[in-house]
Design a protein around this ligand. Structure first.
Ligand SMILES: O=C(O)c1ccccc1N[C@@H]1O[C@H](COP(=O)(O)O)[C@@H](O)[C@H]1O
Length: 211
């Protein structure tokens, strides 16, 4: 296993409360995510996300997470929330992800037979490929997958997610060497309710991977 040569970026997703935004920022998150998928227990309205976004200082990116959204839904989000990156976590095609004037990352949900190299090639406009476990409800399931299924050379920066937590993230970073990690369930006390101590321990786990 070779040493990790870059600082692994950290995204904390599914924030719904002021104290959780403050905790993520204070712990050193590089990005925070708002879930705009109504069935999710972490769903926030655009108005709520806009309130929470006011707590985010410069140089911490605000990511909007969507699952198979109508274009007007994304446009409304952009009009109301100061998003910097779009995350598409459903069955979208490239044409559904472009044209909003913001960079986007595309989620791949790992399942048998999914060829990540072919999948990534379908999203030439993406800024990154987020690889998650395949779960019911599209995401946020807290389940890991077999990291050895990820090819060593992907054409896009890799964001690793799926069941990460303070106990496994250092190993994940050393094994997979992703550009970034993304976590939701693993830093929660309950669905949609983050835990400041778990956030701090998660960030420490990433730092620990760097030795
Ligand atoms: O967080 C959600 O509720 C969610 C809903 C629908 C799609 C994606 C969702 N979250 C993303 O899921 C992954 C993995 O989360 P976890 O750490 O395993 O709970 C992560 O990328 C979230 O951004």
């Amino acid at each position: 296993m070779s040493p990790v040569l870059h600082r692994t970026r950290i995204k904390i997703c599914g924030l719904t409360r002021e104290e959780d935004v403050r905790a993520a920022v204070a712990a050193g998150a590089d990005a925070i995510g708002f879930v705009f998928y109504p069935p999710s227990p972490r769903y926030v309205s655009f108005e709520r996300a806009a309130e929470l976004a006011r707590l985010v200082p410069p140089f911490v990116s605000i990511v909007g997470l969507f699952v198979n959204p109508a274009p007007d839904f994304v446009r409304e989000a952009l009009a109301k929330v100061p998003l910097q990156v779009l995350q598409f976590h459903g069955d979208e095609q490239e044409t559904n992800c472009v044209g909003f004037g913001l960079p986007y990352i595309k989620a791949a949900r790992m399942r048998p037979g999914l060829d990540l190299l072919k999948y990534a090639a379908c999203f030439p406009g993406a800024q990154g490929l987020l690889v998650d476990a395949f779960v019911e409800g599209y995401g946020g399931g807290g389940e890991t997958f077999d990291w050895s299924l990820i090819p060593s050379k992907l054409p896009l920066p890799l964001i690793l997610s799926g069941g990460l937590n303070a106990g496994n993230v250092a190993e994940a970073v050393r094994c997979v060497q992703p550009w970034a990690v993304d976590v939701s369930s693993g830093v929660e006390a309950a669905k949609g309710i983050k835990d400041a101590v778990r956030i701090i321990e998660f960030v420490a786990g990433v730092q620990h991977a760097h030795g």
